[in-house]
Design a protein around this ligand. Structure first.
Ligand SMILES: [Zn+2]
Ligand SMILES: [Zn+2]
Length: 58
């Protein structure tokens, strides 16, 4: 089976497929990059960076 997108946390790079509490959303700035955050990074409020426009945010 081919995965459409890489299910990895955009902050720490951890694979989130086996996790339950993670979120995915499009970059709030350019709406082009797909951001994934694991539960840990949500709790720690780790930052992510959009690979398309360089937007950094929680
Ligand atoms: Zn993470
Ligand atoms: Zn962006």
């Amino acid at each position: 089976m081919v995965k459409a997108i890489d299910m990895k946390c955009s902050s720490c790079g951890k694979e989130v497929e086996a996790e339950q509490n993670w979120v995915e959303f499009d970059c709030p700035s350019c709406k082009k990059d797909h951001i994934i955050r694991c539960e840990k990074c949500k709790q720690l409020e780790n930052t992510y960076e959009c690979s398309n426009c360089g937007f950094v945010g929680p």
